[in-house]
Design a protein around this ligand. Structure first.
Ligand SMILES: Cc1cc2nc3c(=O)[nH]c(=O)nc-3n(C[C@H](O)[C@H](O)[C@H](O)COP(=O)(O)OP(=O)(O)OC[C@H]3O[C@@H](n4cnc5c(N)ncnc54)[C@H](O)[C@@H]3O)c2cc1C
Length: 343
């Protein structure tokens, strides 16, 4: 006889685990199935940190980040772990007026600074005449966040879902070890989601890319704010521990197959090294390490959170999803409730 479950979550990255956290708070029974192991380095959620910020040009994203900030604080209280390190964000925007107007409209704190002030306060160099400093920003400690969401979750590792078969009473989840009959399946499978959903008759308009990031040593021991430089191919930086900074170029990687081994892009490493050397006081110009990570991109960086009968899609990436994870978990929980509510 097939195993039975209330909600099966496919994927144990940050979105799957945050969804399991939110579903448990809504008193749902959840089983998370992860094809590799939680915290593995072949997907999108691994590593020490991701930028947290309220600063977006569009008010919808600012409000979602504000909602997520409150929820991250709840996860911190529950887990006893410090998950946010709010060293601020130095945003080097193309249109400072637009960003300031949006932050004002959403009641998000910010300051306009000139280049001299940025240099004095943070030891950072910029060509921009005006930058926006946003204090409720910095990083989410990614690896700690995964552990906090995982605590208390029912997780099965090395369990790859081969197919999802929706039917009248729910969905059959097929694994190598047998079938599970669930009321709802949430697909939070990151860069692997598209073919799995296609086989179940759901089109997910995303393209996985392989992104390169590099780590640099700093001479400065002061806390490093996160940085986004929109005029320089959207180069970004975030603290990776005292005296270390992680640097990447947003959405710069080629389309990829998530099952293939990742090779860092030398051109990106060169661009990141030049930008880091101009922006930070580096102890040495070459990176101390380089790695790759997968983006799952929509054409306009939106997230796809939608329900198709007993299958709920949770694809929240385009390289900016992590900060929103607990808020995404709540949205997905609403979709799961809709899937199981009787008329
Ligand atoms: C270089 C880089 C920098 C980023 N910077 C930021 C940032 O500064 N701020 C920010 O907010 N966001 C950032 N992001 C984005 C953020 O990390 C992602 O939005 C988030 O991690 C996506 O998580 P996920 O759970 O959807 O995907 P994943 O972490 O990839 O999780 C999906 C999981 O599903 C599993 N899986 C897949 N198929 C199956 C199957 N058939 N059966 C079982 N399990 C399966 C996979 O093994 C994987 O563990 C960045 C991403 C990258 C790559």
């Amino acid at each position: 006889m097939a195993e039975r479950a209330d909600v099966v979550v496919v994927g144990g990255g940050v979105m799957g685990l945050a969804t399991a956290w939110a579903l448990r708070r809504a008193r749902r029974e959840v089983l998370v199935l992860e094809q590799i192991r939680i915290g593995h380095t072949q997907g999108t959620s691994h590593g020490a940190g991701r930028i947290f910020r309220l600063a977006y040009d569009e008010p919808e994203w600012v409000r979602l980040a504000q909602e997520a900030l409150g929820l991250w604080r709840e996860v911190e209280r529950e887990s006893g772990e410090a998950l946010l390190e709010l060293t601020g964000l130095v945003d080097m925007p193309l249109d400072p007026g637009l960003l300031v107007a949006t932050l004002d409209a959403c009641g998000a704190e910010h300051e306009l600074l000139d280049g001299g002030e940025v240099e004095r306060r943070f030891g950072l160099a910029t060509d921009c005449r005006e930058v926006v400093f946003q204090p409720e920003a910095g990083i989410v400690r990614a690896d700690r966040a995964l552990s906090a969401f995982r605590a208390g979750a029912h997780v099965r590792e090395e369990a790859r879902i081969q197919a999802l078969v929706p039917h009248e009473d729910g969905v059959r989840v097929e694994t190598e070890g047998g079938s599970i009959e669930a009321s709802v399946a949430v697909v939070a499978a990151g860069a692997w989601a598209k073919p799995l959903l296609a086989d179940a008759g759901v089109d997910l308009p995303v393209v996985p890319t392989r992104e390169t990031v590099a780590y640099f040593e700093l001479t400065d021991r002061r806390p490093v704010p996160s940085v986004i430089d929109y005029g320089n191919r959207e180069a970004y930086a975030l603290t990776a521990g005292t005296g270390l900074v992680k640097v990447g170029i947003h959405r710069s990687g080629p389309p990829t197959d998530p099952d293939k081994a990742g090779i860092p892009d030398e051109g990106i490493v060169r661009f990141a090294s030049d930008w880091a050397a101009r922006t930070f006081r580096l102890a040495r110009p070459e990176p101390v390490s380089v790695e790759t990570c997968l983006y799952t991109n929509t054409d306009d960086t939106r997230f796809v959170l939608e329900r198709h009968g007993p299958i709920v899609v949770c694809s929240a990436c385009s390289g900016h999803g992590f900060k929103f994870a607990p808020a995404v978990g709540n949205r997905v929980t609403e979709l799961v409730s809709a899937a199981t509510s009787r008329p």
